[in-house]
Write a protein that binds this ligand. Structure first.
Ligand SMILES: [Zn+2]
Length: 522
C-alpha cells in the first residue's frame, strides 16, 4: 500500500504518491467494509441504551459527562443513502437526585417516553455525527476522497470539513488491522473552551447476523462524554421510516451551551445536540438572553450608590469602586461581553475593570469571561471551581479566534476564590458574595447581595415565571424553593432580585414576594 518510490525528480515522487493514495483509499475502504460485513448495507437498526449530554451545563465542572439525559429503549435507525437517522427513546433525568445541572427548568427533568427525533446530515455537526458511525465514516471518507496514512497499528483516513464559512477542520478515522473502525475524531470550536476534540470510540465489536458492530459507542466533546450507547442488537437492511415526527419534532437532543444573550435569545442550536436533535427547535439550551428578534439596545439602569444594571441581553451589574470597576457576570461570549465592558467604561471612565464576578461555570454565564481577561480582569468565583477556569479559559482558540486569542494567545488566567461568603468593599461600596447552598443547578453557585441597595443578583436559581404569579404557585420549582431558603438562612433584607436572565421588560422590579409566590409560599 505504501511503497516508497524513489525517483530523481521530486515532482514525480509526489505524483506517484497521489495516485497510490487514491487506489489505497478504495482498497482500504473495501477491505474495511468487507471485514465489518457492511458492503451491501443500506440501513442499520441499532438498539440499546445510554444517554447524551448538554455541553456546558454540568452540575459539577469536573464531571466526566456533560449534563446527562438517560436514553432507555433506544432505537437508532440509520439510512446510509439518505444520510439520515431516526431516534426513538425513553428519555429521563440522567443525573443523580438533586444534582441536575442546567439546560432544564426542573430537577429532575421530566421524563418522556417514546421521544422521536429525525436528523439529516445536512449541516456540519450532523455530518460529523454521521461520520461517527463506522459505516458512515467509511462512506464519507470515500465521498470526500480521504487521504490514507499509517499511524502505529492503524490505517488512518483523513478528510477536510468546513463548518460553513466559520472554519475548516479535518475528520480522521482509525482502522485497526482487522479492518474495524476503532475511532473517529475531529477538532471543533467551542466558544468557551476554544479548539476542542470531538471523538468517538467504537469498542467490543460483535457479530450481529453477519454485520460486525461495536457494542460500545462513546462520544466525547472537549473531554466529557456527550453520547454513550451500549448496543444490544443490530439489524441490517430493515425498512426505516424517516418521516419527521408530528408537531415540532418531539423533544430534540439536549442543547449545548446557550447562545442567547446577544439579543438572539434562542436556546442552543440543534447542531449541538449529542443524540441527534429533533427537527425544529433543537434541545433546551440555557434560557436565552433578554430580547427576542432584533438585538435590544444596550442601556443601563442606575441602581444607586455607584451601581448600574446593564440590560440588552444577559444582565450584568457594574460597580464603581474607588480605584477600579467590578462587573458582576461575564456571560454569553465576546459580543455581549464587549457590550458590557464598553458600557462599564462609559459609566465609569478612566478606571480599569479589576474584577469580574462569575455566578457559575455554565457556559452561557461564563463564555464572556475571556473577554474580561483580555481587559486584564481577575475572575472571582466559588472555590468549588478551583482550577477549572485557569485551565478552561487558557485553551487555544485558533479555529475561531476571539478577542483574547488575538490579544494574547497564551494568557495567564487570574482567579480568586470565594468560600461560603466574602465581603468586597472599599469602605463606601459593598458587594457580599454568598455560595448558594444545596443548589440543584450547579455545585459551585454564587449569588451577590448589595446591602446598601438591598438588591440580590442571582443566576438560574430563579428565572421569573410567566405570567408573574400573584399567589403561591402549585408545584413550585425546587430551584426557587432553595433560593428562598438561602435568603432566609442568611436573613438577607431583599428589596429587589435581579435575575441574570432579566425579566421582560428588563428593568422590571422583581420583588422578594414574587420569589415567594414562585416558590409556592405566601
Ligand atoms: Zn446555569
Amino acid at each position: 500500500m505504501f511503497k516508497k518510490v524513489f525517483t530523481a525528480a521530486g515532482l514525480a515522487t509526489v505524483l506517484v504518491w497521489v495516485v497510490s493514495a487514491q487506489s489505497d483509499l478504495k482498497s482500504v475502504v473495501d477491505k474495511s467494509m468487507k471485514a465489518m460485513g457492511v458492503e451491501n448495507v443500506k440501513t442499520l437498526t441499532i438498539s440499546g441504551e445510554g444517554g447524551d449530554g448538554a455541553v456546558g451545563q454540568p452540575y459539577s465542572p469536573f464531571s466526566d459527562r456533560w449534563r446527562w439525559t438517560a436514553n432507555k429503549n433506544w432505537v437508532r435507525s440509520v439510512d446510509f443513502d439518505a444520510k439520515a437517522w431516526r431516534d426513538v427513546r425513553d428519555r429521563s433525568e440522567g443525573e443523580s437526585a438533586n444534582q441536575c445541572g442546567g439546560a432544564g427548568t426542573t430537577c429532575p427533568a421530566p421524563s418522556q417516553n417514546g421521544a422521536v427525533a429525525v436528523t439529516t446530515a445536512n449541516n456540519f455537526s450532523n455530518q460529523i455525527q454521521f461520520a461517527m458511525l463506522p459505516l458512515g465514516f467509511l462512506k464519507m471518507a470515500l465521498e470526500k476522497n480521504a487521504t490514507v496514512s499509517k499511524e502505529k497499528k492503524f490505517t488512518v483516513l483523513s478528510f477536510p470539513m468546513e463548518n460553513g464559512t466559520a472554519y475548516k477542520t479535518n475528520v480522521k478515522g482509525f482502522i485497526n488491522d482487522q479492518g474495524l473502525v476503532e475511532r473517529v475524531e475531529t477538532m471543533i470550536d467551542n466558544g468557551m473552551l476554544g479548539d476542542i476534540k470531538w471523538d468517538v470510540t467504537f469498542s467490543n465489536y460483535k457479530d450481529f447476523g453477519g454485520v460486525k458492530f461495536p457494542t460500545s459507542i462513546v462520544q466525547r466533546q472537549g473531554g466529557p462524554k456527550i453520547l454513550e450507547m451500549a448496543v444490544t442488537d443490530v439489524k441490517a437492511n430493515q425498512p426505516v421510516d424517516m418521516t419527521p415526527p408530528a408537531g415540532r419534532g418531539g423533544r430534540g437532543g439536549p442543547g449545548g451551551a446557550a447562545k442567547g444573550g446577544d439579543g438572539k435569545g434562542k436556546g442552543a442550536p440543534p447542531e449541538f445536540a449529542g443524540g441527534g436533535a429533533g427537527k425544529g427547535k433543537g434541545g433546551p439550551g440555557g434560557p436565552g438572553g433578554g430580547g427576542r428578534g432584533a438585538p435590544a439596545a444596550i442601556e443601563s439602569e442606575d441602581l444607586g450608590g455607584g451601581f448600574w444594571l446593564v440590560t440588552g441581553g444577559y444582565g450584568a451589574v457594574v460597580a464603581n469602586f474607588k480605584d477600579y470597576i467590578i462587573v458582576i457576570e461575564g456571560p454569553s461570549g465576546d459580543m455581549r461581553a464587549d457590550q458590557i465592558i464598553s458600557e462599564a467604561k462609559r459609566l465609569v471612565p478612566g478606571k480599569p475593570i479589576k474584577y469580574v464576578i462569575n455566578t457559575h461555570m455554565h457556559f452561557d454565564h461564563s463564555q464572556g469571561l475571556r473577554d474580561f481577561v483580555a481587559e486584564g480582569a481577575t475572575i472571582i468565583t466559588n472555590q468549588g471551581n478551583k482550577g477549572y477556569f485557569e485551565r478552561a479559559l487558557a485553551t487555544p482558540h485558533t479555529l475561531v479566534p476571539d478577542n483574547l486569542q488575538k490579544k494574547n494567545p497564551k494568557p495567564k488566567i487570574k482567579v480568586e476564590y470565594v468560600g461560603d461568603m466574602k465581603k468586597i468593599t472599599d469602605g463606601e461600596h459593598e458587594i457580599d458574595l454568598y455560595k448558594v447552598m444545596n443548589s440543584t443547578h450547579n455545585s459551585a453557585m454564587l449569588m451577590a447581595y448589595l446591602p446598601k441597595q438591598k438588591i440580590l443578583i442571582e443566576a438560574d436559581e430563579f428565572n421569573v415565571l410567566n405570567p408573574t404569579p400573584t399567589a403561591p404557585v402549585a408545584n413550585p420549582n425546587q430551584y426557587q424553593i432553595n433560593l428562598l431558603a438561602n435568603i432566609e438562612r442568611l436573613k438577607l433584607d431583599v428589596d429587589r432580585i435581579i435575575p441574570i436572565h432579566l425579566p421582560n421588560p428588563a428593568t422590571r422590579k422583581v420583588s422578594l414576594q414574587e420569589l415567594k409566590f414562585s416558590a409556592g409560599k405566601s
